[in-house]
Design a protein around this ligand. Sequence first.
Ligand code: SF4
Ligand code: SF4
Length: 444
Amino acid sequence: MLKTFPIGGIHPPENKITAEKAIGYLAIPESVTIPISQHIGAPSIPAVNKGDSVKTGQVIATCKGFVSTNIHSSVSGKINRIDQVTDSTGYKQTAIIIDVEGDEWVETIDRSRDIVTEIKLSSEEITMRCLECGIVGLGGATFPSHVKLTVPEGKKCNVLIINGVECEPYLTSDHRLMMEKGKEILTGISILMKALKVDKAMIGIENNKPDAVNHLTGLAKAFKGITVHALKVKYPQGAEKQLIKALINREVPSGRLPLDVGAVVHNVGTAYAVYEAVQKNKPLFERVVTITGKSLTNPGNYFVRIGTPVSKLIEAAGGMPEDTGKIVNGGPMMGKALNSTEVPVVKGTSGIILFPRNESERTEINPCIRCAKCISACALNLEPFLLMVLSEKGMFERAESERITDCMECGSCSYTCPAGRPLLDYIRLGKSTVIKMARERIVK
Ligand code: SF4
Ligand code: SF4
């Protein structure tokens, strides 16, 4: 029987329309908008001024503190301005706008097609290279990778877990990367193993991608200590705690990190970016993005330069269908609706989905019928209907004691509710208030 996590979970329609679409290269736009905060932690500090010329791969903003990272230019050209822009979350933030002139790369980047498997850097040098090259978690979390590779005193990692699950419907960027860059990913995993000083890595892939399971299993025979594991198709199998439970049967307690049970989790996309940074000296200035939707004429997967407007991806996919009702950044379960197609692709952009109008409207909200389906769906054993009521009524202390901050915002509860209750909307509101309250307590 295939491994999975034991509690909750759902199986939404997969809609992996682009699973067979090989990764293309999206044309470089005339101008890019590169936000200085594309990661968890402190925003980077701009290191360029208006009018400066930059090359592709050049640092344009430097990390501010340990939990932060560098940002690089994704194009060559001139800094047009440093300005406040609206990002994909709808909030204003500082960004560096660059007018494109050609595509001249920093000379130290190895642009050859050779796959380099010999790892020459030491553990410490790998961690430093990840910081220098601006590597962050590409599974959506965008946590700076050098932080995850720095194991604190008193803690020990004994297994590296690689997330190739891609359990969100529609998205196929990780799937394609595993099919087309398998050897590079496995080398990236070996690099991460060396940095963490572990001799064991396990790749988890949902069993709806048997081609990727077989392909990586074959390639992994040449890589010491790496095994590939097919997992049951169940959402949210790609969530860190659920993946750890499925693969090594360890439970990460409430409020703790994977490292507390001896594990570190990285995404396959991150492993590829680490390969490029360490073996090719290539900073993270492009990533694979899925552009998809049932009405698009040419959905696909593309390497996209960071800072490219989402509108360019939509153009490449055949243009905006007339029946478009909603554009979502990310997967349909955890992604957020966009209110402009001019927002830039950033390091955390895994996919853009265009939903037709008839699939975009919210269902009517009816009273709770106490069916408990939301409880059955929750992989964290929370009581979503109760958390919603507590958030709605402003009972935040009780919501905290009911573990509202454990909620990973997977959306399984809202998806499964027959009464159309906006469970996650209220839980998000309650969770952010509880986190704010906890921070204020620490300050006092
Ligand atoms: S969104 Fe939160 S409460 Fe709802 S199922 Fe997911 S983890 Fe549970
Ligand atoms: S699934 Fe919806 S209707 Fe059922 S108990 Fe939860 S909130 Fe109520």
